[in-house]
Design a protein around this ligand. Structure first.
Ligand code: INI
Length: 174
């Protein structure tokens, strides 16, 4: 039996040679900057070259799906990482922004067959967001980056590209 897992359990995923685009929302920038730092550090720490990472800033999380679509159509990108922070606060806009970003990215990912890691936080408060952007709950930017790369590896294996075994997923090494 062959079991495909994109090269690991996240901690062992190999980002070597991966061309990654990061689409990050400027809204709540104090959080986004930390998510971005976590994503870049995770990618480079797992073997990606900085020159293979492109960062695209957008005004808010609602603009993420469109830019993900443009990146996907342009080609040459193995994985896309989406970063932002939607904080409920007192706005009723929250649900619209959170749902729009999530559903938009999911649709583009499927239609254009490009793996997307979703690191758009949805929290009640700024404090909760900061806890997930390098605080006590880790860095969801890093998690989204590794999820995107792991999924891209699995796609390469399934598609039988020259970076994976033809027609079959590699069995895990342990
Ligand atoms: N965008 C965010 O990324 N986070 C938010 O919390 C947020 N809130 O609360 O409104 C937000 N709104 C802006 C939105 O993403 C668009 O940029 C805006 O509607 C213009 O299209």
């Amino acid at each position: 039996m062959k079991v495909g897992n994109g090269g690991g359990d996240g901690s062992r995923v190999d980002a070597t040679g991966m061309r990654v685009a990061i689409v990050v929302a400027r809204f709540n920038e104090v959080v986004s900057q930390r998510l971005l730092r976590g994503a870049i550090d995770a990618l480079v720490g797992h073997g990606a070259a900085e020159r293979d990472i492109a960062v695209h800033w957008v005004p808010g999380s609602l603009e993420i799906p469109f830019v993900v679509q443009e990146v996907a159509i342009s080609g040459g990108t193995d994985a896309i990482v989406c970063l932002g922070a939607v904080i409920r606060g007192e706005t009723t806009h929250y649900d619209l922004v959170a749902d729009g970003a999530a559903q938009g990215v999911a649709r583009v990912s499927l239609e254009h067959r490009v793996p997307c890691g979703f690191g758009v936080l949805t929290t009640e408060t700024l404090e909760q967001a900061m806890e997930r952007a390098g605080g006590k709950h880790g860095n969801k930017g890093a998690d989204a980056a590794l999820a995107a790369v792991e999924t891209a590896r699995l796609a390469q294996e399934i598609r039988g590209s020259d970076r994976g075994e033809p027609g079959a997923s590699r069995a895990p090494s342990s």
